[in-house]
Design a protein around this ligand. Structure first.
Ligand code: NOJ
Length: 571
């Protein structure tokens, strides 16, 4: 049973200072898979609206909704054809406005997802670029180049696309001849924009304004580190690109170039014209915490996902080193860390944490068919939640992690939709395994996701993981999330603050432990044997604790079992 041995003492309670986002818990709604309101098997705005009460009750502060714009869905909405409207399968612009209003009424902020690195190839700008021919202003908004070799038949350089294959595609010119090539760092249906073109910059400021004026509280920025490219387009000499890969050098020609910072200074200035100011969170896969923090200087973005826990093993020393480095780098620029364990691009952490370390860190992005101990992964996921919620900063939760969902590794090949699967010629299964529709009910054609089968099938075992099955069950993952979020709101030591407020404690090699004032402690046992429980009142435990004298360890103290975390109030 999850232990909530005592209510927090009054000394621990206080109002939370500072802007709302510094310690906010944001829930990622992957719209295709959250809830299906119209029974077409695809999630939608009506579905989200029907479940906003659940999110408010869960205790999160904000939601981030993955792209919901009109899109051919070649990359699940990250191929945008119109940034100022809603994909018909998801609803209408009026539905979107109603959602924002409803969320605000429940005290939830709404973050949207902006995709500035590329558009869809069905965006009117790209259609115009193809029709207009070489040298036209329409082509200037993208990265068109002549090919190399005789007749320009070879791509302009050796860059590879993240989803597989070359990053260039040749077009047929309006006169019917083979012509220029365009850059696509992702799928060929996602042509990269040219951020040196003032028209591109102006357009995106206007798109941001469009949604801010409709009540959006902020934006998650897709591939924030990719917008600017070295204009000389030098060869890279690499044979592949990884979505979760860090650039392997500081002078990479298309990731994390200094020019991106100028763009975000303009975006920040726009956000600050609103009252209250709007918020940004960057998705930026960069080579170090310091490079990430550079995006968070006071006149740039407010926050960025910290993916270092995703890459770290279940190891106290590694987790501590990761957290310390992130906190230190963020503290230098006065920004809070945004902790992340899962998202729609990464194998679910229940599965990652249930795998042998070497296998997990070799490929955190995709599912494995190797050995995964899902129950072990769930135990560790419970402990990891208490760890991230106890650190200073904000937390992003990925839908379904509050249910303890695992990666679905046995989806039939013919149902896979991730472009990675197609572009790698079936060598990589891609990210569909973490995008399976949520189970809301214990029975029904899609376990309450909608009235029909969902776009991907759920494992039968998810009936027992559904919201309905877990609701009111004290030992369930859902109850742990609700309780942890409730306590976190009440305890000023949690969330708010900086790395300087964390006092790391040495309680043994397998123990990650820290204190925060006033009187709070978090202890995580990542080892395989119990360790003594520190003194204090247990506020919350990630797993069963036996505090009876008969269960005391050799030192006469109660014990913290393996793969378990506790929050304690000292003395
Ligand atoms: C990162 C997004 O999270 C991912 O889902 C998408 O495929 C790429 N960016 C390209 O937009």
């Amino acid at each position: 049973m999850t232990s909530t041995a005592a209510s927090p003492r009054p000394a621990l309670l206080a109002a939370r200072p500072g802007p709302w986002w510094r310690d906010a818990v944001t829930y990622q709604v992957y719209i295709r898979s959250f809830a299906d309101g119209d029974g077409d098997g695809m999630g939608d705005i009506a579905g989200i609206r029907s479940r906003l009460g659940y999110l408010a009750e869960l205790g999160v502060d904000a939601v981030w909704i993955n792209p919901w714009y009109p899109s051919p869905q070649a990359d699940a909405g990250y191929d945008v054809a119109d940034y100022r409207d809603i994909e018909p399968a998801f609803g209408t612009l009026a539905d979107a406005e109603a959602l924002i209003e409803q969320a605000h009424g429940l005290g939830l902020r709404v973050l949207l997802d902006i995709v500035p690195n590329h558009t869809s190839d069905e965006h009117p700008w790209f259609v115009e670029a193809l029709a207009s021919g070489p040298g036209s202003p329409a082509r200037g908004r993208y990265l068109f180049r002549p090919g190399k070799g005789p007749d320009g038949a070879l791509p302009p350089n050796d860059w590879k696309a993240v989803f597989g294959g070359p990053a260039w595609r040749r077009v047929t010119e309006p006169d019917g001849r083979p012509g220029e090539w365009y850059l696509h760092l992702f799928d060929p249906k996602q042509p990269d924009l040219n951020w040196d073109d003032p028209a591109v910059r102006a357009e995106f400021l206007d798109i941001l304004r469009f949604w801010f004026d409709r009540g959006a509280d902020g934006f998650r920025i897709d591939v924030a580190h990719g917008l600017v490219k070295d204009p000389t387009l030098p060869d890279l000499g690499l044979d592949e690109e990884h979505l979760l890969g860090q650039p392997d050098r500081d002078d990479h020609p298309h990731w994390d170039l200094p020019g991106v910072h100028e763009i975000y200074r303009e975006w920040r200035a726009l956000a600050d014209t609103y009252d209250p100011p709007k918020l940004y969170v960057a998705e930026a896969w960069v080579s170090s915490p310091e490079r990430l923090a550079a995006y968070l200087r006071p006149d740039e973005l407010h926050t960025a996902f910290d993916f270092d826990f995703v890459r770290a093993g279940w190891d106290a020393a590694e987790l501590r080193a990761t957290a310390t480095a992130s906190l230190a780098a963020h503290d230098k620029v006065g920004a809070p860390v945004m902790w992340v364990l899962s998202n729609h691009d990464i194998a679910r952490h229940v599965s990652r944490l249930g795998r042998p370390h070497a296998e997990r860190s070799a490929d955190p992005l995709h599912g494995h068919n190797g050995v995964t101990d899902v129950e072990l992964g769930r135990r560790r996921a419970r402990a990891a939640l208490l760890l991230e919620l106890a650190l200073p900063g904000g937390v992003y939760l990925y839908q379904g992690e509050e249910l303890g969902l695992e990666e679905v590794e046995d989806l039939p090949d013919e149902l896979l939709q991730d472009p990675t699967w197609f572009r790698s010629g079936g060598a990589e299964r891609g990210r569909d395994g973490c995008r399976v529709p949520l189970p809301w009910a214990s029975s029904g054609p899609s376990l309450g996701f909608g009235s029909a089968q969902g776009w991907l099938p759920q494992p039968a075992s998810w009936s027992g993981l559904s919201v309905e099955a877990q609701d009111g069950e004290p030992a369930s993952m859902l109850s742990l999330y609700r309780e942890a979020l409730r306590l976190r709101r009440d305890l000023p030591s949690l969330g708010a603050g900086t790395g300087a407020d964390v006092r790391w404690l040495d309680l043994g090699d397998d123990v990650l432990a820290f204190g925060r004032e006033p009187g709070f402690g978090c202890v995580v046992n990542t080892g395989s044997t119990p360790v003594p429980l520190p003194a204090g009142t247990v506020l919350l435990s990630s797993g069963p604790l036996d505090l009876t004298p008969a269960a005391a360890g050799s030192g006469g103290r109660p014990e913290l079992p393996a793969d378990t975390a506790v929050w304690v109030a000292r003395g």
